[in-house]
Design a protein around this ligand. Structure first.
Ligand code: F6P
Length: 316
């Protein structure tokens, strides 16, 4: 690993490839993470080109425009196809897993190519979420996941990755390089912010009691409605909790286990945080289907353990 006390003056010269090489990450995995990070540039260009327009619209030449999330999926798939590292590609945008290699490649990818794309017109941040497995998906998160990353398209484009050796943030600079900005992100034991998805009137009793506890403790609400920036906020502020809970009429919540929750759980655990559905670790849940949804409480240890306590003690 690189020196944790690396000075600010030095760290801005460390680019993603060098960081992964020094950290001793295996060559193919390094190349794959690099390739995906580069693809983030193309997706970002697509977002700009779209001029914030979304699906099903026609452009000035009366041609159908692809939804931004579908075109991001195409971009990602095209980049990974025949890369030599990826055997199968599972995307939130597709009904089926696609075989994109020859069959002898090491890695299986899960992708949420453009999470929160409905926020594009508001100019809020959105992101790409990737899981990298060494076994076919859907499978047991913790056992098969070797790396995860997300890219945030906000005022800056940033990339946060972990290959099981800590969680690190890189910023895309004007020269088009990803340079190290936060190494070995470590969440505090306890934070001071919460992000909560879902309608309040649909909360379960346990969840309402938990949020009441956070309110009494003086937590501040910070919710953008984009999973990537909401998790990124917890990473960069070094703590707090994000939850998309079970709701009365959707007991599994909204977010997808394989594409959204497990990659984020991997990154947060690598940063010293935790992630649970209320009783089980998110990474210990075996996905039965590709589009499985689960509730989530994710962030610094204190808040996540508190959520578990409320669910263990509660009735619903
Ligand atoms: O899954 C898409 C998504 O936009 C996430 O990025 C976000 O966390 C969630 O949905 C927001 O849902 P809601 O609009 O119900 O708050």
């Amino acid at each position: 690993m690189l020196n944790n006390n690396i000075s600010d003056a030095t760290k801005y010269f460390i680019d993603l490839r060098r960081h992964m090489w020094v950290a001793g990450i295996e060559l193919d995995l390094r190349r794959l993470i690099w390739q995906i990070a580069v693809t983030g540039k193309y997706i970002s260009a697509k977002i700009h080109e779209s001029n914030r327009k979304l699906a099903g619209l026609k452009n000035i030449y009366d041609e159908e425009q692809l939804a931004l999330d579908r075109s991001s999926d195409r971009i990602l798939r095209n980049q990974l196809e025949f890369s030599g590292f990826v055997r199968e590609y599972a995307s939130e945008e597709l009904d089926e897993i696609i075989k994109i290699g020859k069959g002898d490649e090491k890695y299986y990818i899960t992708a949420d190519p453009l999470d929160g794309s409905s926020l594009v017109d508001t100019n809020l941040a959105i992101g790409t979420i990737i899981g990298i497995h060494n076994e076919p998906v859907p499978s047991q998160g913790r056992k098969s996941m070797v790396a995860a990353l997300y890219i945030t398209y906000g005022p800056l484009i940033t990339m946060v990755y972990s290959a099981g050796k800590g969680t690190h943030e890189f910023v895309l600079n004007r020269e088009g390089e990803y340079v190290l900005s936060e190494e070995n992100i470590t969440l505090k034991q306890r934070g001071s912010i919460y992000s909560i998805g879902g309608l309040k009137r649909d909360w379960t009793e346990n969840h309402a009691r938990y949020v009441g506890f956070l309110d009494d403790e003086g937590y501040k609400l910070r919710y953008s409605g984009g999973f990537v920036p909401d998790i990124n906020q917890i990473m960069i502020k070094r703590g707090g909790v994000f939850t998309y809970p079970a709701l009365k009429n959707s007991p599994n919540g909204k977010l997808r286990l394989v594409f959204e929750l497990q990659p984020m759980a991997f990154l947060v655990e690598q940063a010293g945080g935790r992630a649970t559905d209320g009783t089980r670790d998110i990474l210990d849940i075996t996905a039965e289907t590709l589009d499985q949804r689960n509730p989530i409480y994710i962030g610094s240890p204190f808040e996540v353990e508190k959520a578990r306590e409320f669910f263990a003690a509660g009735k619903d």
